[in-house]
Write a protein that binds this ligand. Sequence first.
Ligand code: GSH
Length: 236
Amino acid sequence: MQSLGGRLPGLQLGGRMRQPVRLFGTPLSNYYNKVKIALIELERPFTEVLHLPGEQWPDKGSPSGKIPFLETADGFIYESQAIVEYLEDTTPNHSCHPASAMEKARCRELIQTIELYIELPARRLYPAAFWGRPFQQNLADDVLQEISHGLRILGRRALFSPWIGGNNFTHADAASWTHLTTVSNALRALKQPDVLSEGIPNLRDYLKHALTRPSIERADNDLRQAWHNRNQKTTS
Ligand SMILES: N[C@@H](CCC(=O)N[C@@H](CS)C(=O)NCC(=O)O)C(=O)O
């Protein structure tokens, strides 16, 4: 059998690209926004379906109960990075991956570093920061130490010139904008030291620059609107 190099033939790809997909989750979720930015950047037609996390398997498309998940003509996909890679593999004319294998690896390193060593530890503060749960300073102290460690790793690879991996916008920028903004908002809400700016001095300028990208501007506007709606609901 002839190898297709791991990619689908152009005709099939073109067909998939035109089929709208449905993104389940909420703009309040940083992982949801990472995928939404990829959909916009890759110019894929999509609709958003408001869906909150919870154990709804097998009725809903996420075995983990987490959001986001994506409904495609090929079935449901969960885990944001798997979704992003699927979108890349099924979009023939656009890509937010660098061309070379090495640069692509660098981009994936950055995403993993941010998600595993910064966002995941910081997530333990979100219940207190965003959902009104009790705050524990000893938990925050542990988290701040872990985040600082993650930032040291990130600082060894991140270029910010002007994008996190170099000259061009990639999926690593979608991930860094959405996750680092969320972590920063959580620390500010809990009046904790701004370890992000301490660890990466040009981070503020980078996050501001990211907002000049229309996909990120849209995700940011939708996030603000979703917080506004939620706050109105909880105060009324
Ligand atoms: N590794 C997952 C993380 C997704 C995730 O943590 N989503 C959060 C919302 S931002 C969620 O669904 N949390 C609910 C839970 O942990 O049960 C991905 O990349 O999609």
